[in-house]
Design a protein around this ligand. Structure first.
Ligand SMILES: [Fe+2]
Ligand SMILES: [Fe+2]
Length: 490
């Protein structure tokens, strides 16, 4: 399998494929039907018989698209509508309907919707009512709408907040903008975590508001799938690693939770619990945390006490609520392991909670790939994943670890790979539809000369053929090839 490196996908890439064409045709139907639904509901109530026909058509189209695509998105970008990455073609008969939708979305601060399941008539009726009831003059109409949908359990139509300026089509500039938003969110979350951890260390009252807001932005970004935050977790900043670790674990846990179908509220709680999982470490002196070499029995006791210390600290949070209780359970259980081989030692403990099992996986993965004082070189993300899947498999929930592989891919972001073109690349993002074929940034050409190469989507096939343009031969150790992973990811 040799051939030219695949080019970054263009908006019309693959239009000759029948399935792609079919999805664009269904996408067009979906947009037209949504427009009819909204317009009908403005005149008649959703209970009126006039609403019934459009409702049935819309539900059928959602079902067809969901069967073909899995989760899919209908979004407005600039003056166009997109179904996933495919732009809906404008023509005389569709123009007015598309423009109507684009304006209605924009008025509500939305770029569109993700459909994460088949929808039912009651759900669509609630959705349409709430959509039309949005106060478009509110400071943040998206927020109220999103909360109202959640309150009425409308879970399969997820509103997407506008996070990029709505000018121009999907292009490099916009990709850069969404990357900027993602980075800002990431670094704000680190700052918020730092505040929480340092308050804990100094025995000051812990204010969770900033951390909660940061997690909410992470959840929004992950649900919007504008830009993969997982790539950012692969850049380990040694100075801030303790804080970054908590944010990384939060991002990985939310991503895994999304894969499992947790709703937005649950994802928010999971994200906050993950941020707080190592709060107890704030009580451990830095020299113990960063000690090169083996810990003494006393130091190990201090280290393994952090789950209990974490519970104590979270229990002091003002206004104990369900979120704090979940966070306490995660802090207490995240090192237990499902075979109870970890710590604290409890004898016959009940099963670990779902959140703890999720956080335990994200925690181990991130910790293994970090530069640790007692390892000369950290595990590569690829090695860490394989270690967890093989040598350590008894420690983790087998179903969740499979879902985790689907979340980060077999070659997680940050893995250095040798391609069958003999070029070397760094994985920047996984492809949810093919875990073996991620997106890769080329960093060395076939003569091993360093280059600032193209971003290649390994799931793309050669034009007019079933053959993939480029494939992975093996994962490499970055140090052996002089590859700076962080450079490729930033
Ligand atoms: Fe921990
Ligand atoms: Fe941790």
């Amino acid at each position: 399998m040799t051939g030219p490196a695949a080019r970054p996908p263009a908006p019309h890439a693959g239009l000759t494929d029948t399935p792609v064409l079919r999805i664009l045709v269904q996408g067009r139907s979906l947009a037209m039907q949504l427009c009819v639904l909204l317009k009908t509901a403005k005149i008649h109530d959703v209970g009126n018989v006039a609403f019934h026909g459009p409702l049935v058509n819309f539900i059928e189209t959602v079902e067809q698209l969901f069967t073909a695509e899995g989760e899919f998105k209908l979004q407005a970008v600039g003056d166009f509508l997109y179904i996933n990455q495919g732009r809906l073609k404008l023509d005389g008969s569709s123009y007015a309907s598309y423009q109507y939708l684009i304006d209605e979305f924009r008025n509500r601060g939305l770029s569109g919707f993700a459909f994460n399941g088949k929808v039912t008539p009651p759900e669509v009726k609630k959705f349409v009512r709430l959509f039309l009831d949005v106060d478009v003059k509110a400071e943040d109409p998206y927020e109220g709408f999103s909360a109202a949908l959640l309150k009425l359990s409308v879970e399969h139509l997820v509103p997407l907040r506008t996070v990029v300026p709505q000018t121009g089509a999907i292009n490099v500039e916009e990709a850069r903008d969404s990357r900027k938003v993602a980075k800002r969110t990431f670094y704000r979350a680190i700052e918020a975590t730092k505040t929480v951890m340092l308050s804990g260390r100094d025995k000051k009252p812990i204010d969770l508001r900033k951390a909660k807001r940061a997690v909410q932005s992470i959840v929004d970004l992950i649900l919007n799938e504008e830009f993969s935050l997982i790539g950012l977790t692969a850049i380990k900043n040694h100075d801030e690693y303790t804080f970054q670790h908590c944010v990384n674990v939060s991002i990985l846990s939310i991503s895994l939770g999304q894969r499992l179908g947790l709703n937005k509220k649950m994802l928010g709680e999971l994200g906050v619990a993950a941020i707080l999982h190592d709060l107890g470490k704030a009580t451990i002196p830095g020299w113990v945390l960063n000690k090169p070499g083996k810990l003494t029995a006393e130091e190990w006791k201090l280290m393994t006490d952090h789950p209990v210390q974490g519970v104590k600290m979270i229990s002091k949070l003002r206004g104990l609520n369900e979120l704090a209780l979940r966070a306490m359970i995660v802090a207490f259980e995240h090192h237990l392991n499902i075979d109870m081989s970890g710590y604290p030692k409890l004898g016959d403990h009940l099963a670990m909670s779902l959140f703890s099992r999720i956080v335990a996986i994200s925690d181990c993965f991130d910790a293994m790939t970090a530069h640790r004082s007692y390892r000369r070189t950290p595990f590569t993300p690829y090695e860490a994943l394989h270690h967890m899947l093989v040598a350590n498999r008894e420690k983790f929930d087998p179903l969740l670890i499979k879902a985790f592989v689907n979340t980060v891919g077999m070659y997680p972001a940050g893995t250095v790979v040798l391609l069958d073109t003999n070029e070397i690349g760094v994985v920047t993002e996984h492809n949810s539809r093919d875990i073996f074929r991620p997106k890769v940034k080329i960093v060395a050409d076939r003569d091993r000369k360093k280059v600032d190469g193209a971003l290649v989507d390994l799931s793309k096939r050669e034009e007019g053929s079933d053959t993939y343009a480029v494939g992975i031969v093996s994962a490499l150790i970055p140090e052996e090839y002089g590859v700076n992973v962080a450079d490729a990811l930033t």
